[in-house]
Design a protein around this ligand. Structure first.
Ligand code: CA
Length: 222
C-alpha cells in the first residue's frame, strides 16, 4: 500500500512516515499543500494522511482540488484539537475520516487501514475469499483455517491483490504501490514473489496470470 503524508510539522511528519514504513507501507511525505497536491496528482495512492493547517495551499483546498480532478484515494485528515469545524469542513471537502491532534499512532493506523479497506468495499478487517482468509489487523493469512507463513513482501502482494479484486493489476502497478521510489524495479522480482505466494496458499487458486498484462485476483462474485 502506498500512502501520501502531508504534514508541515517536521517531527510529526517524520514520526508518521517511520510508523507507516514499519507497518509495511510505502510512503511519500510532503511538507506543504503545494507539494502534497503535486504528489497527489503525480502518483496513484492507496490513501493519504493530510494535516489541514498547511503552508502555501491549506489542506481543505488541496483536498478539494484533488477530488475535483477525480483523484479518489481515501483521505484521513488531521485536525487541531478543539476545532470541530475543521472536521466538518474536511469531510465536506471529500475526506473520508478525521483524527484530532494529539493522537495515538495506533489509532491513526487503525483508522487508515479502515478507510483503505472500506474504499475497497470490505466492511471487516478480515478479508475472506473461499478458504483464504487475510487479517489486515494482525497481518495473518490462513488457508483452510491453517496459518500460512508469508514474508512481508508476499503478504503485501496478497493484500494488495485482495483489496483490488477482479481487475488486472500490472507488475508496474504492484511495484508502484509496494515499494519506495528508490527500489530496484525489476519485474522478475514480482514474478518470483507471486510464484512463491501461489505455492504457499495452495490449494486455493485465486491469483490468475493475465499474459503480458499482470495478475487478477478472481473472487467468487467476480
Ligand atoms: Ca500544520
Amino acid at each position: 500500500m502506498r500512502v501520501l503524508v502531508v504534514e508541515d510539522e517536521a517531527n510529526l511528519r517524520e514520526q508518521l512516515a517511520a510508523h507507516l514504513k514499519a507497518d509495511g507501507f510505502a510512503v511519500d511525505a510532503a511538507v506543504d499543500g503545494e507539494e502534497g497536491l503535486y504528489y497527489g496528482r503525480e502518483y496513484e495512492y492507496d490513501a493519504a494522511v493530510v494535516d489541514l493547517g498547511l503552508p502555501k495551499i491549506d489542506g481543505i483546498e488541496m483536498i478539494k482540488r484533488l477530488r475535483g480532478e477525480q483523484h479518489r484515494f481515501p483521505i484521513l485528515v488531521l485536525t487541531a484539537r478543539g476545532h470541530w469545524q475543521d472536521k466538518v469542513e474536511g469531510l465536506e471537502a471529500g475526506a473520508d475520516d478525521y483524527l484530532a491532534k494529539p493522537f495515538q499512532m495506533e489509532e491513526l493506523m487503525a483508522r487508515l487501514n479502515a478507510v483503505i479497506r472500506r474504499a475497497a468495499g470490505y466492511a471487516s478487517p478480515v478479508l475472506n475469499q473461499g478458504q483464504l482468509q487475510l487479517d489486515t489487523a494482525k497481518k495473518e493469512v490462513r488457508v483452510e483455517g491453517t496459518a500460512v507463513e508469508l514474508t512481508a513482501y508476499e503478504y503485501k502482494v496478497l493484500e494488495y491483490l485482495m483489496l483490488n479484486p477482479d481487475r488486472v493489476v500490472s507488475k508496474s502497478e504492484l511495484t508502484d504501490h509496494l515499494y519506495e521510489q528508490d527500489f530496484d524495479r525489476d519485474s522478475n522480482v514480482i514474478e518470483v514473489f507471486v510464484g512463491r505466494l501461489r505455492k504457499k496458499i495452495a490449494p486455493v487458486d485465486f491469483i490468475r496470470t493475465v499474459r503480458g498484462q499482470g495478475y487478477r485476483f478472481v473472487t467468487e462474485a467476480g
